[in-house]
Design a protein around this ligand. Sequence first.
Ligand code: G3P
Length: 217
Amino acid sequence: MKFFIDTANLSHIKEANDLGILDGVTTNPSLMAREGIQGKKAVMEHYAAICELVNGPISAEVLSDNSHDMLLEAEELAEIHENIVVKVPITLDGLKVIKNLSERRIATNCTLIFTAGQALLAAKAGATYVSPFLGRLDDVSAQGIVLVEHIRHIFDSYLYDTQILAASVRSSAHITQCASAGADVVTAPLEPIIGLIKHPLTTQGLEIFKKDSVHLK
Ligand code: G3P
């Protein structure tokens, strides 16, 4: 399973990249706004800076809601760097954009996926990735991980190449559940990624070894 970091924060991206386990980055308009980025020029420069930090797919989301403007935006985003993946919401206009970009071999990430039907449409249109939002489904008493399993079953049954990019991941447990459910990629903030390494018995074991090693040096 590939690991992407879900943030626009450059120091978090660098920290995860330095661990040697990072395969890519996802962003969205909320994450960009959280970094205080304002205006198109600053947005484009920020994506370029992320592409300089990480050698892997970098999702950059379109902001328009009609297919004409989305396509213009997508072309500009794709120009920034060859690793840019154009992130497009699952709407009727978005579907047309995904189809168009897929025919031109521009990578896409279809976002805001909450049902298997939406994922199926995105795959049929040729999306490179679909992003089911686990945490937001959990927030409304559904089970996000069940959606990942459902999409996995459909994609495997019909041999779709589209990769399942599990998003809206809120915990370290979510990450391992995604691995069990067959997600191709998980994208998470830095904290749940780093949380995977933590266990009180590891901490305790290290303390014991440290204490016992005093006379060994
Ligand atoms: O990649 C989508 C993700 O950023 C959404 O996460 O926590 O806002 O539901 P969240």
